[in-house]
Design a protein around this ligand. Structure first.
Ligand code: NAG
Ligand code: NAG
Ligand code: NAG
Ligand code: NAG
Ligand code: NAG
Ligand code: NAG
Ligand code: NAG
Ligand code: NAG
Ligand code: NAG
Ligand code: NAG
Ligand code: NAG
Ligand code: NAG
Length: 767
C-alpha cells in the first residue's frame, strides 16, 4: 500500500517535472491504484465543491504538486470551509492565492475543521506540494461561491444630531450623537451589512424629563424643542451634580403659556417640598444658583395647546462657601446667614415634643469645594414614651411612611408623687374618624378613663389626674393624614379636701388631705367621740370629706350602773356627784354597798365609787301575822309577811287608829335574826270619847305593865293567854269599859316550840 502510493506520487512528480510548467490537472496520468482516490488538482467552476488532497482519503504521498483553480461567476466571491487538514511537515504545504495576493501558506495543523477563508474576488488558486519524505495526511476543503454584497445607502444625519463615519461599504459603521439637550431614540451606531444598515436611523428629540447623573454641564429643553411642547405634560428632570458643587441654570429661551403652564425649580434641601422658583410666561428668567448639588425641574402644562417652550444651560460650579443649610420641619436653627465660610457651624433645635435625628450641629468643611459635614437633622415626634420630667410637650407622632397601617402609641407620664398631672392642649385637630386620644387616670389601661378625644369630640378643656401618673393612648387608622395635636403637661398641686381641722380635747392623726386619703380622730381621756372616728376625702369637684369632723364631748355621767335582779335602784341620775341606792325585794338582801356615788378623777371618765351590789336571797323568815284587830282590819292579809312587807291598818267606822298606821316587817338585828314589825300593833278606839285618847294611853301602859309583870313571873304561854283575857276584861270594866282591846299580842300566839323566838324586841330589851 504504502509502496503503491509512493510510486504514484513519484510518477506524478515526474510528469510535472517533464511538463516544466504549472501543475496540470487532475486527470491522473497513471491508473489509480484505487479508483476512489482523489485527483491532484483541477479546475472547479461549480458554485460549490470539495477540494481534496491527492489520494484523499489516503495519504497524499511524497513529491506531490497539485494546482486547484476555482472560478465563480464574477458577481460572486468564494468561501473555503476546512473540513480536515493535516500535513506531515513544513515541506508539505498548501498555498491559497487570491489573484494578486497570497492569502496564506498552511502546513502541519495550521488549519483545522471549521476554519473559513474568504476570497475578495471571484477566483481562488490553491497549490499543494509535498517534499520527498513523510507524505502522510491530506485535506478536505469545501468551497462555496457566494454573491458579493453591495454598498449601503447613505443614512444621512437626523436633526439635532452629528455623525461619525462616512464609509458605506459592507461592514462599515456610522455613529450618531445628539446635540446637547436632545435624547437619542434608536441605536446610536449603524453597521452596513450586505447592502443595508443593521438598524433604523435614530432620531434626536427633546424628551419629557430625564435623570442626569454627573450633571457637570448640559442643556435642558422643553419636550419637542424647538417645536412647541404639548398639552397635559408633567415632565421631571433630576440633575445630580458632583458633591461640593452647585448647579447654575441659565435660561436662553423661555416661552410658557402664562399662568397655565409652569416650570418648577426645586432644590434638594427644602424640607417642605416647595419649589425655589415657579416660572411661567415669556420673560427669560434670570439665571439661578442652587444651594445643593441636586436640583429637580418639573414642567406641568395644562390642557390648552403648548407654546415654544424653553431651553436652558446647566453647569455645576464648585462651591467656595457653604450655603445656609435651610430650615427643617418642626425645628429651628441658628443659621441666619446666607453663606458660611469654612469652620463655621450652625446648630439645630427641635420644637418641644420633637426629637432630633442626626447631627444637631453642622460645620462648613475646609477645602476648595465647600460643603457641610453632615446633612441637616430631622425633627420627629416619637410614637409613645415614658416621661418623668415635671413638664413636657407631647406632639402627635410623625407619620411613619415605611410602616403605614393602624398605629397605637402609649405615653406614660409619671410626675413627682406629691403632685398630680395637669394636661393642657396647645392644639388638637384630628381629622381621621378612627383616630382618638384616650387619657387614663393612672399608669396603665386599667386605670379609670379621664377623657377620650377624637375628631368629633375635640379636646377643649384641661385634664387633671388625681394621682401622679397618667397614661395617654393615641390610636389612628392606616393613614398619614390623621391630623395633629400638641399637649403640654405640668405638675399640679394635688387636689385636696379642705383642712378638716383639729378637735378640742382630742387629736387628729393624718395630714394628707388628698383624694382617697383618710384622717383619724381620737379623744382625750374623759371625752368621748361624737361622729366618725375615720373620715375619707372622696373625689368630687371640689373633693369633700365623707363625714363631718367629729367632736370630743366631755363625759358628764357615769355609765348606767344597772339594777340587780330582785332589786331596785332609787335614781336614774348618773351625773357626777349624784348617788344611787339599791334595795332588794322581800326575801332578798343586799350584798355590797347599797349606795353608789358617781365621781370623776381628772382626765378620766366618771366612775361609780363602788360596784353595783347584788340582791341575794335570804332564808324565809316572816314577821308574825298581826292575826286580828278589834274594830278594824289590816291589809294585806297574806299570812306571809316577809322582810320589807308593809301592813296598813285601818279601823272600822266609829273607831280611830291609835299607833302606827303602817307597819313594816324589818330584818332582825345581828343577834336575833327573827324579823320584827317596825312598830307595835295599833289599836282602834271609839272616836266619840275625845278624852279617851289620854286614858287609853294610860290603860295601854297599864296593860303593858301587867304583861311585863306576868312575863317576869315566867308564866307559860297558855296561862298567859288565860291571864290576858282576864286582864283585858278587868281593864275594860275598871278603866275604859267601852274601849275594846286593841289586838292580840302575837307573843301569845307563837307555838310553844317557838318560845325562844317569841319575845318581841321590847320584851327582850326589858329583860
Ligand atoms: C484548466 O483551465 C486552464 C485555463 O483556464 C486551462 O488552460 C486548462 O487546460 C484547464 N485544465 C483542465 C484539465 O480543464
Ligand atoms: C519525516 O519523518 C521522520 C519520522 O517518521 C522524521 O524523523 C523526519 O524528521 C521527518 N521529516 C521531515 C522533513 O519532517
Ligand atoms: C466569509 O464570508 C462569509 C459569508 O459572507 C461570512 O459569513 C464570513 O464571516 C466571512 N469570513 C471571514 C473570515 O471573513
Ligand atoms: C469531506 O468532508 C466532508 C465534511 O466532513 C464530508 O461530508 C465529505 O464526505 C468529505 N469528502 C470525502 C471525499 O471524503
Ligand atoms: C429617574 O430615576 C428614577 C429613579 O431613580 C426613576 O423612577 C425615573 O423613572 C427616572 N426617570 C427617567 C426619565 O428616566
Ligand atoms: C463626570 O463628568 C466629567 C466631565 O464630563 C468627567 O470628567 C467625570 O469623569 C464624570 N464622572 C463620572 C463619575 O462619570
Ligand atoms: C432662542 O434664543 C436665541 C437668542 O437668545 C434666538 O436666537 C433663537 O432663535 C431662539 N430660539 C428659538 C427656538 O426661539
Ligand atoms: C424658632 O425661632 C424663632 C425665631 O428665633 C422663635 O420665635 C421660635 O420660638 C423658635 N421656635 C422654637 C421651637 O425654638
Ligand atoms: C455627626 O457628624 C460627625 C462628623 O462631623 C459624624 O462623625 C457623625 O457620624 C455624625 N453623626 C450623625 C448621627 O450623623
Ligand atoms: C415605658 O416603661 C414601661 C415600663 O414601665 C415599658 O414597658 C415600656 O416599654 C416603656 N416605653 C417606652 C416607649 O420606653
Ligand atoms: C418645667 O419644669 C422645669 C424643671 O424641669 C421647671 O424649671 C420649669 O419651671 C417648669 N415649667 C413650668 C411651666 O412648670
Ligand atoms: C301607809 O301605807 C300606805 C300604803 O303603803 C300609804 O299610802 C300611806 O301613806 C302610809 N301611811 C303612813 C302614815 O305612813
Amino acid at each position: 500500500m504504502r509502496g503503491a502510493q509512493f510510486l504514484a506520487g513519484v510518477l506524478c512528480y515526474a510528469v510535472v517535472l517533464a511538463g516544466g510548467q504549472t501543475p496540470v490537472p487532475a486527470v491522473s496520468p497513471t491508473p489509480p491504484v484505487e479508483s476512489y482516490a482523489a485527483d491532484c488538482g483541477g479546475n472547479y467552476s461549480e458554485l460549490s465543491g470539495e477540494i481534496l488532497s491527492p489520494n484523499w482519503p489516503r495519504d497524499y504521498g511524497n513529491n506531490a504538486s497539485c494546482n486547484y483553480a476555482i472560478t465563480a461567476p464574477s458577481s460572486h466571491f468564494l468561501t473555503l470551509s476546512v473540513n480536515a487538514f493535516s500535513t506531515a511537515d513544513e515541506g508539505d504545504t498548501l498555498t491559497i492565492i487570491d489573484p494578486g495576493a497570497v492569502i496564506g501558506r498552511y502546513s502541519g495543523h495550521m488549519l483545522g475543521a471549521g476554519d473559513v477563508i474568504n476570497s475578495t474576488g471571484h477566483q481562488l488558486y490553491l497549490r499543494f506540494s509535498s517534499d520527498s519524505t513523510n507524505g502522510t495526511g491530506g485535506f478536505n476543503i469545501t468551497y462555496r461561491a457566494q454573491p458579493i454584497p453591495g454598498d449601503c445607502p447613505d443614512p444621512g444625519t437626523p436633526d439635532y444630531a452629528s455623525r461619525v463615519g462616512a464609509a458605506l461599504v459592507p461592514g462599515s459603521t456610522v455613529q450618531y450623537t445628539c446635540d446637547a439637550g436632545y435624547t437619542l431614540y434608536g441605536n446610536s451606531s449603524l453597521t452596513c451589512q450586505a447592502g443595508s444598515w443593521d438598524s433604523p436611523i435614530p432620531t434626536c428629540r427633546a424628551a419629557c424629563g430625564g435623570n442626569i447623573t454627573n450633571a457637570t454641564a448640559g442643556v435642558i429643553l422643553s419636550p419637542g424643542y424647538p417645536s412647541w411642547y404639548a398639552a397635559n405634560l408633567s415632565c421631571t428632570w433630576t440633575l445630580s451634580a458632583p458633591e461640593g458643587t452647585s448647579l447654575r441654570l441659565t435660561f436662553t429661551n423661555f416661552t410658557l403659556e402664562d399662568g397655565n403652564d409652569f416650570l418648577y425649580v426645586y432644590d434638594a434641601d427644602r424640607p417642605d417640598d416647595q419649589p425655589e422658583r415657579t416660572l411661567t410666561g415669556s420673560d427669560v428668567p434670570a439665571s439661578w444658583l442652587s444651594r445643593t448639588n441636586n436640583v429637580i425641574l418639573r414642567l406641568v402644562t395644562n390642557a390648552d395647546s403648548g407654546r415654544e417652550g424653553f431651553s436652558l444651560i446647566y453647569e455645576s460650579i464648585p462651591e467656595t462657601f457653604c450655603r445656609n443649610p435651610g430650615p427643617i420641619l418642626h425645628g429651628n436653627s441658628t443659621a441666619a446667614e446666607a453663606l458660611y465660610s469654612a469652620g463655621q457651624s450652625v446648630t439645630y433645635r427641635c420644637e418641644a415634643g420633637y426629637q432630633l435625628l442626626g447631627n444637631a450641629t453642622l460645620t462648613c468643611q475646609q477645602g476648595s469645594q465647600r460643603s457641610w459635614d453632615a446633612a441637616p437633622p430631622v425633627c420627629y415626634a416619637p410614637c409613645g414614651g415614658n416621661l418623668t420630667a415635671a413638664n413636657a410637650t407631647i406632639a402627635s407622632p410623625t407619620p411613619d411612611h415605611e410602616n403605614t397601617g393602624i398605629r397605637d402609641c402609649y405615653w406614660q407620664i409619671h410626675v413627682d408623687d406629691s403632685y398630680r398631672v395637669l394636661i393642657t392642649f396647645n392644639s388638637f385637630q384630628l381629622r381621621e374618624s378612627d383616630a382618638y386620644l384616650a387619657i387614663f387616670d393612672g399608669g396603665d389601661l386599667a386605670a379609670a378613663p379621664l377623657a377620650n378625644f377624637s375628631s368629633t369630640a375635640p379636646a377643649v378643656a384641661d385634664v387633671y389626674s388625681t394621682g401622679s401618673q397618667v397614661l395617654l393612648h393615641f390610636h389612628h387608622g392606616p393613614t398619614d393624614s390623621y391630623g395633629n395635636f400638641s399637649i403640654t403637661y405640668f405638675e399640679a398641686k394635688k387636689k385636696h379636701c379642705p383642712d378638716p381641722g383639729t378637735v378640742e380635747n382630742g387629736r387628729r392623726s393624718g395630714d394628707d388631705f388628698s383624694i382617697r386619703s383618710s384622717v383619724i380622730y381620737t379623744c382625750n381621756g374623759g371625752y368621748q367621740l361624737e361622729g366618725r372616728k375615720t373620715i375619707i376625702c372622696k373625689p368630687g369637684n371640689p373633693p369633700t370629706w365623707d363625714y363631718p369632723t367629729p367632736r370630743c364631748e366631755l363625759v358628764k355621767d357615769c355609765e348606767d350602773p344597772g339594777t340587780p335582779e330582785n332589786g331596785q335602784r332609787d335614781s336614774d341620775d348618773f351625773s357626777v356627784g349624784s348617788s344611787v341606792s339599791y334595795t332588794c325585794q322581800d326575801g332578798y338582801r343586799l350584798a355590797g354597798e347599797a349606795t353608789l356615788t358617781c365621781t370623776r378623777s381628772p382626765g378620766s371618765r366618771p366612775k361609780w365609787d363602788h360596784q353595783m351590789p347584788a340582791c341575794e336571797e335570804v332564808p324565809i323568815q316572816l314577821c308574825h301575822d298581826p292575826a286580828f284587830l278589834h274594830y278594824g282590819s289590816y291589809d294585806p292579809k297574806t299570812h306571809h309577811y316577809r322582810v320589807g312587807s308593809v301592813v296598813t291598818f285601818s279601823c272600822d267606822p266609829g273607831y280611830v287608829l291609835k299607833g302606827s298606821k303602817n307597819l313594816t316587817c324589818l330584818m332582825g338585828n345581828s343577834r336575833v335574826s327573827t324579823p320584827r314589825w317596825s312598830n307595835a300593833y295599833p289599836t282602834c278606839e271609839k272616836s266619840q270619847v275625845k278624852a279617851s285618847s289620854v286614858s287609853s294611853g294610860n290603860n295601854t301602859a297599864l296593860g303593858v305593865g301587867l304583861f311585863v309583870v306576868l312575863a317576869l313571873l315566867g308564866v307559860g304561854g297558855v296561862v298567859a293567854y288565860k291571864w290576858r283575857r282576864k286582864i283585858l276584861e278587868l281593864l275594860q270594866k275598871n278603866k275604859t269599859s267601852n274601849v275594846p282591846p286593841s289586838f292580840d299580842n302575837p307573843m301569845y300566839e307563837v307555838p310553844a316550840n317557838n318560845t325562844d323566838d317569841g319575845p318581841s324586841v321590847e320584851v327582850t330589851a326589858e329583860a
